[in-house]
Design a protein around this ligand. Structure first.
Ligand code: PGA
Ligand code: ZN
Length: 421
């Protein structure tokens, strides 16, 4: 049985130039697996703890040397010689070693780096692509569904200086037949949008997730640009739109500040309903602030039968919060981020609970990313059917789409693709 012979973590940079952790796992037969951990900007307060040194004289306090020391010391000691056949056992050993509810002792970044690198090493031993190995490890029988990409072509909120309150305006090519055609549609619309913004006198530099960051006056103006670029590119009726409002970021003292307009929770709900009347807006993530459960529930009562309402900061890939939301019908979809919870097996538990309840699961990148394409494999291996991993620019974003193009090619005639809407 193949066992872990060595684990080594190092500090590398993420796409925003901040330190993050990369882990190499070596097995006793010489097989090796590597993975790198992403980092958010609009993080939910209920996420597992990302351990940073806090020494302001180095990397503005963002060093991760303590997390690295936890991998190279106690985690290595606990896992050395252990078989890798069962991911849950590996993850549980780290959870036991940490002993806190939010991974505050070792750091979710330390634990996740090891968890993902072990998955990669296992895939190497099995001589399987990672998506296939994940599917086999977690009993998914048909990992043949390519996910619908939600492509974030206009960036706002904490990810850009556009001034737009909503963090992400995404295009969703629901009317095309294959994943590669979805990427083609995204790219063509992205370039039409660039021309339209330029012609209107806006800047076309990009934000953290590779989307444009024009200083538009409000969401309607951003949506009008999206609709026009979809039209010019020839995809009228074949593309819908989605947003991640990331509303915790514009909520303060009981009020939401939406593009300069103060709104109560119920006024914000009315605003979303009016936007859905006017635009083909099909998916709304984090419509309300992370603890405004009533705000989410009210919107779900009004739009839940026809629209996808996604919980991100609200649910933080945490099965307890997801179960609470299922019981209370708070939303009808869950955003899945590995580093919000901190191990691969807990992430899979969150996906399965979501799927078993008849909700949709959307695998997601973070705004601070690396060249690691783990989430592309996760989306196919767990048959989630949806992914959001940014725009059609910046290698930290397109590397995930490119990996999915390779998987589509590997699957050949077995590849499935369909609109979840
Ligand atoms: P984050 O943004 O990685 O900055 O949290 C992504 C999201 O909110 O979905
Ligand atoms: Zn979000």
């Amino acid at each position: 049985m193949t066992t872990i012979s060595h684990i080594h973590a190092r500090q590398i940079l993420d796409s925003r130039g901040n330190p993050t952790i990369e882990v190499d796992v070596t097995l006793d037969d010489g097989t090796f697996g590597r993975s790198a951990v992403p980092s958010g900007a609009s993080t939910g307060t209920h996420e597992a703890l990302e351990l940073r040194d806090g020494d302001k004289t180095r990397y503005h306090g963002k060093d991760v040397t303590k997390a690295i020391a936890n991998v190279n010391g106690p985690i290595l000691d606990a896992l050395k010689g252990k078989p890798i056949s069962d991911q849950r056992t590996i993850d549980q050993l780290m959870l036991d070693l940490d002993g806190t509810p939010n991974k505050a002792s070792l750091g979710a970044n330390a634990i996740l780096g090891v968890s993902m690198a072990v998955c990669r090493a296992r895939a190497g031993v099995e001589h399987k692509p990672l998506w296939q190995s994940l599917a086999d490890q977690f009993d998914v029988s048909t990992p043949t569904l390519l996910p619908m990409p939600m492509m974030n072509v206009i960036n706002g909120g904490q990810h850009a200086d556009s001034g737009l309150s909503f963090q992400e305006c995404m295009i969703i090519p629901t009317g095309v037949a294959t994943f590669s055609e979805a990427i083609r549609a995204g790219s063509e619309v992205f370039h039409c949008l660039k021309t339209l913004l330029k012609d209107a006198g806006y800047t076309v530099s990009v934000g953290d997730e590779g989307g444009f960051a024009p200083q538009v006056k409000n969401a309607e103006e951003a949506f009008d640009f999206l609709m026009k670029s979809i039209d010019v590119a020839g995809y009228t009726g074949k593309m819908q739109i989605g947003i991640d409002a990331a509303a915790s970021e514009f909520y303060k003292d009981g009020s939401y500040d939406v593009d300069g307009k103060p709104m109560s929770s119920s006024e914000l709900t009315d605003y979303y309903v009016s936007l859905c009347d006017k635009y083909p807006l099909i998916s709304i993530e984090d419509s309300h602030s992370e603890d405004d459960w009533d705000g989410f529930s009210d919107l779900t009562a009004r739009l839940g039968g026809t629209h996808q309402l996604v919980g991100d900061d609200l649910l933080v890939t945490n099965v307890e919060r997801i179960q609470k939301a299922i019981d209370a019908k708070t939303v009808n979809s869950v955003l899945i981020k590995l580093n919000q919870i901190g191990t691969v097996s807990e992430t899979v538990d969150a996906i399965k609970l979501t799927q078993d309840s008849g909700w949709t699961a959307v695998v997601s990148h973070r705004s601070g990313e690396t060249e690691d394409t783990f989430i592309a494999h996760l989306a196919v291996g767990l048959r989630t059917g949806q992914i959001k991993t940014g725009s059609l620019s910046r290698t930290d974003r397109v590397c995930k789409y490119n990996q999915l193009l390779r998987i589509e090619e590997q699957l050949g005639s077995k590849a499935e693709f369909s609109s979840p809407f």
